[in-house]
Each structure stands twice: as C-alpha cells, then as structure tokens.
Ligand binder design. Structure first.
Ligand code: SF4
Length: 675
C-alpha cells in the first residue's frame, strides 16, 4: 500500500521545496511537490521528480562500510563491518596525528545536503575537537555573492522572492531561473500578468530570456561594466535619487568616479551589447516602481565576479528602489533566519592558531611538498570534489597520492568516493530528521524520516558521534541527540522563531521569518547592518579584507579565443543524480554558428575542447542561444560520461576572484576543433 509522507528537498538549490513522498513499505517510489511551503506551492523540478527513487535505492547506493582493495580511483572495494571501519580510521588517523599533528587532517566537505544537521553540525564538532585544519568552503560557490551582498548591505535580508510578483520591472541577471530557481518563475509570471516588464541579462538565451521584453547577452565577466554604465545613464537621465543617496549611501562619489570611466558607449563595446539596449534598460529602471533585481550565481564565477555583483547591488540604492514591497534586490535570504552556527558546530573547540585552507586550493596543496604540516588525511563528505572543483586533473593527481588516507562518507559511490580508503555509508535525508533554512526564500521547514535507513547507512550526525566515541571524546557536545542539535541550530529567544523550538516545528507547516509581523522590506522594517548603517558602495570592510574597497574590472588575458561557461544543468543539482544509469548522457557543447563556421565544425560531431589544463570531448550543438565567442556546457557530469575521464572542470582555472578568494569557473578560455 502506498502512503504519502511529508518531506523537504535538501539539495543545493535556493528553492528548498516542500515534498510529498510516496512510500511503499521501506521504498520511496515517488516524489512530488506539496503545498506545505507556500513559496514552492506543490511544484518541484523534473530532476527530483524523475531521479530521487533511483538515487535512494539504485545500484549506486552505498549500503555498507567498505574498504578499498584496488587502485585509487578504480572503484574496487570490499564490504567491512562498522567496527572494522571505525577501528581502521582511528588507527590510521591516530598515527598521522602522532607523526604530523592534527592539522594534517582536513574535512573536505561541501553542501550536498542542505539540512542543518546533515550539513555542518556534529561533523564539525568532531573536527574542531580533534584540531583538524579548517576548510573555507564558500569560495567554491556562493562565497563571492555572500561577500558582495554583506559588504554592501551587511547581514540583513533582502527582498523576499514572493514580493517579485508585485514588481513592475524585473531584472533577472545571470540567473537561469527556469532550471535553478524554479519558483522565481511563478512570481515573474504573476508580475507579468499584471503588466510588469521583464529584462534578462545572460550570455545565453536561456528559457527565461525567451519570455523577456529585453535580453542583453552580455559577454561573461563584464557585468560590472554594464552595471556601471547603467548608473552613468541613470545620472544622465536624472534617475538618481539624491535624497536617498545623501541619507543612506556610503561611497557614492567614489563609485560614480569609477563608473564614469565606463559610459554606455564604452560598455556597449566591452560587454558586446547594443548601446540602445543599455539606454532602454536604464530608462525603464528609472521609470518603474517597484523595480526588482533577481541575480543568480552564474555571474560570480569569474575574476570580476564580486565587482559585478556589487555594481549591480548599487543600482537600487542609486535609483531609490528600496523601501517598497516588490522593490530592491532579491537576496540575503540566509540572513533572515536566527541561526547560531557557532553553537551548532562548537567553534569554541577550535584550537588557537588553527590554519584555514581554501577549498579550491586543495588540489594544489595536496601536491605541495613544502606544506607544513602536509595534508595526510582527508574526510570527504557531502561533496564530490573530483567533479566540481576547478583544475580537475591536478586534484585527481593529489587524491591519487599513496601516502594519503582518505575517508569517504557518502550516500552513493561517486567519482570522489572511488579514491577513498574507507567509505562509511550515509543516509539520504529521507532517512533522518532535519531542519531546513533555505538560501532562496524565508521559510523554515522541518522533516521527519519517511523510510528507515537503507542497508547499514547512518545519518551524518550518528556517524560522527560514533567517530567521536571511537576517538575517546566523551564531552557532552558529542552525546547530544538530533533533537538537541536542532534546538542548538536556531535561537529560540529571537522573535522570528515565535517561541517554537526548531525540533517542535510541525512538519505540515513552514514558518515564515518575519519582522514585527511583517515580511522584510529593506529601509522599511529592516536596515543595512554594515558598519556605517548605510548601503556601502565603497566598503572599508571589503577594502581591508580583499583590497577591494570599490568594484573594479580586469579583462582575462589568454591565448585561447573562446570563453567556456559551465552553467547548472536541468538534469542534475551540481553533480547530484549524475551517477544514475538513467542520467549519464554526455553533455553537449553549445556553440554559435559563427564560431562553428570559422572552425568548419558540424552539428552533432564530437569535438575536442582544450586548454593548457586539460582536454574534453563533447558532442557539438550549434545554436544561436549562445553568443559568439562563448561556448557552454553543463557542469556536474560524472567521469563515466567522458572517454578520457576528464569533464569540463578539467578546463577551469584555479585562480581567484576579486572577493572571497572565490572560484572562477567561467574564466575558462579554450579552443575547439574536430577530433
Ligand atoms: S532541486 Fe530545487 S526546485 Fe528541485 S525539488 Fe529540490 S528545491 Fe525544488
């Protein structure tokens, strides 16, 4: 008999949909949307609807602890017991600590599941207590945007997604909303039905661009120039709100001095968009109220990414678009929740002087003979670094080191798990309770397990409790239950929690984060939380931290003529669902007909895409949906899709962006030729 059970999607996606899961016995047989969360309102993406049951129960699922018996990366393992697995880890890690100290250990984790317990809770307590090196993981994705947002506005929530439906002008900037921010589309469509204009700024003619009144196919990495030019044009049109600027903006003159070097005429050349379109956009923006900007992650992934985001974030302040429902900038949803990460992860346990390693440097540091102490043990969990890190070939070389001890904690046998010495099987979120504070909307949700753990898998929290126990950590911090961890994760005293403990939040309700009973509206009921209390177009904080008090622009210099962008796929959430037998087709390379003709390439042929870092073979799709000079191929495909076991991450440079030392995937420069 089938039963419907409530759950929440935990994947790395801003939407965090509420789910209705169809269960037959101990099996998940179907997943669809539920209306528990009013934002996601019964709809889910096709990825989750199509692939979740195979993800939970398919042949790739890890059901038992394993030890590696073949070469690293070859994927040959044999089953062992939990006791043997924990003993092996304890013995090998203790030897490493005795010889090199605890900082020779590194947790290499990311955000596979977004539940607050499965993410970083007991796991980091363990690593903090052991004294392992700290990992700065946000540079891989989201860190640049977070730094740009908080540098401009501080830790305050921006416009909630549901207010987009009230806007008269919506600018979707670098956000392929149809594939990776699905529920923004419902708000956009509602606004359009009420007569709103839609502008899309994206190098590709993505689906949302096909519905737009204006599409600017900006050259990747030049968004800062485009935003500056809009500011200059607003000034020419008398569209600057001087009263607001004088009262609420820091650094107006310095920002405009930088912007004046890039008037629309020059921006049209650099960004390769029509001059008239820049002027039209500025005029529409001046005239529309409410006007809202909804940006995505795509535009942060280049060396000017932070500058682009900051220059865009300045526009609503310059044009006086804050202070009304439906205006401003959709962002900062994470700041809406009263989270207490220090308490949840017990940062007080971190020994003084512990080093921090940038996640995108891991490949380089694994091969660094002068690193002191060297990295000798990795715990890879919630993460598939072989597929998602830049400079894939160097990372694979580092992971293949014989003297490295790798513990993998995962749901499925991924390309990264294939490098592990010992693998511990983790539950999917359908098999444990968790709480979810979305990063794209402002509703808190809780879920109970809908099926028992598959095989011998365990929730991440229990895995790290057992590890802690095996290492002799008897502190109370390692005995807390999942219910106690939930209550540690959010501040019950904060009015936004309405006096409800996180662990007691009903699963048939999503709790909206409110300010004195209202949704946040910046400059109405919430304010910037910058040091100055103003919108900081010139940021002393970012200046001190990154040498970037103001946005800047640096062109990429490369002998390779084409820019390769690697956007999110409509088949995977980053790399999740990539290893499924029903979802392992090789992604195509999209190329404009002009670039294909110059190279004598035909639609459908397999082409070689290369640069100094690697080479990838992909079937070619010739299409006008990608602009000339740019080629595009979806990220997240697994190595099995590639004849030479290199994917697009092999072509991504490891240099850093202007903020947060973030990754610059879209700075890949390549050449393409017939095989
Ligand atoms: S991946 Fe995103 S859109 Fe799809 S179900 Fe999960 S939260 Fe919703």
């Amino acid at each position: 008999m089938n039963i419907e059970k409530a759950s929440v999607c935990p994947l790395d996606c801003p939407d965090t949909c509420s789910l209705s899961v169809t269960v037959a016995g101990d099996q998940v047989v179907g997943v669809r949307g539920s209306k528990v969360n009013p934002i996601t309102h019964g709809a889910v993406c096709a990825k989750v609807a199509n692939y979740y049951p195979e993800f939970v129960h398919g042949p790739n699922r890890l059901r038992h602890p394993l030890k590696r018996v073949g070469a690293r990366g070859a994927g040959e393992f044999e089953q062992i017991s939990w006791d043997v697995a924990l003993d092996t880890i304890h013995r090998r890690v203790s030897d490493i600590i005795d010889r090199y100290g605890p900082q020779a250990l590194l947790p290499l984790n990311y955000a596979g599941p977004h539940g607050m317990l499965a993410g970083d809770s007991m796991s980091l307590r363990f690593f903090h207590r052991i004294g392992a090196s700290l990992l700065s993981r946000s540079p891989l994705c989201g860190g640049i945007r977070a730094a740009a947002y908080s540098g401009t506005f501080g830790a305050t929530p921006g416009t909630p997604i549901q207010q987009v439906s009230a806007a008269k002008l919506i600018i979707v900037w670098g956000n392929n909303a149809t594939s990776c921010n699905l529920h923004l589309m419902r708000q956009i469509n509602a606004a359009k039905r009420n007569g709103a204009r839609l502008v899309v700024i994206d190098p590709r003619r993505v689906k949302v661009a096909e519905q737009a009144h204006l599409h600017l196919p900006v050259r990747p990495g030049t968004d800062v120039v485009l935003a500056w030019s809009i500011a200059v044009e607003l000034e020419r049109l008398g569209g600057l709100d001087q009263t607001f600027i004088e009262k609420h903006v820091l650094g107006f003159n310095a920002y405009m001095d930088a912007a004046h070097a890039f008037p629309p005429e020059r921006a049209a050349e650099i960004c390769d968009v029509p001059l008239d379109d820049i002027r039209t956009l500025a005029r529409w923006y001046r005239d529309a109220t409410p006007a809202v900007i909804a940006w995505g992650n795509g535009l942060e992934r280049n060396q000017n990414g932070g500058s682009g985001l900051r220059a865009i974030a300045a526009l609503p302040a310059l044009a006086g678009k804050f202070g009304v429902n439906g205006g401003g900038l959709v962002g900062g949803a994470g700041h809406a929740f009263p989270k207490t990460p220090d308490r949840l992860t017990r940062t007080d346990l971190v020994p003084a002087q512990t080093r921090t390693i940038n996640i995108i440097d891991v490949g380089k540091l694994l091969l660094d003979e002068n690193l002191d102490p060297p990295l000798k043990a990795l715990f890879i969990y919630n993460h598939n670094p072989v597929i998602v890190h830049p400079d894939q070939n160097r990372l694979k070389q580092g992971l293949a080191r014989d003297d490295l001890f790798i513990v993998g904690i995962e749901v499925a046998m991924t390309d990264s798990m294939a490098y592990a010495d010992v693998i511990l099987p983790a539950c999917t979120h359908f098999e444990h309770a968790d709480i979810y504070a979305a990063y794209g909307q402002q509703f808190l949700q809780r879920a109970e397990p809908v099926i028992p753990p598959v095989g011998e898998s365990l929730p991440n929290t229990e895995i790290f409790r057992r590890l802690a126990s095996r290492f002799g950590f008897t502190d109370a911090a390692f005995r807390e239950s999942d219910v106690e961890l939930m209550d540690e994760a959010l501040n019950l005293e904060d009015p936004r929690m309405q006096g409800i403990r996180a662990s007691k939040l009903p699963i048939d309700r999503a709790m909206k984060m409110e300010y004195a009973g209202e949704e946040p509206v910046l400059f109405q009921n919430v304010s910037p939380r910058t040091p100055s209390g103003k919108v900081e177009l010139e940021s002393p904080t970012l200046g001190a931290r990154y040498g970037a008090a103001l946005p800047g622009y640096r062109p990429v210099v490369s002998p390779y003529p084409l820019t390769l962008i690697t956007p999110a796929s409509d088949k995977r959430i980053t790399s999740t669902f990539g290893g499924l037998s029903s979802n392992d087709a090789t992604p195509v390379l999209d190329m404009n007909p002009v670039d294909a003709a110059v190279r004598g390439l035909d639609d459908g042929e397999v082409v070689k895409v290369w640069n100094e870092l690697g080479q990838v073979f992909l079937p070619l799709r010739i299409t006008v949906t990608v602009r000339p000079g740019v080629v595009s191929s979806d990220k997240g495909a697994w190595l099995r899709t590639s004849p030479n076991r290199q994917t697009v991450s092999a072509l991504a440079p490891a240099h850093k962006a202007d903020l947060a030392d973030g990754a610059c995937f879209n700075d890949s420069r390549v050449e393409v030729a017939a095989q």
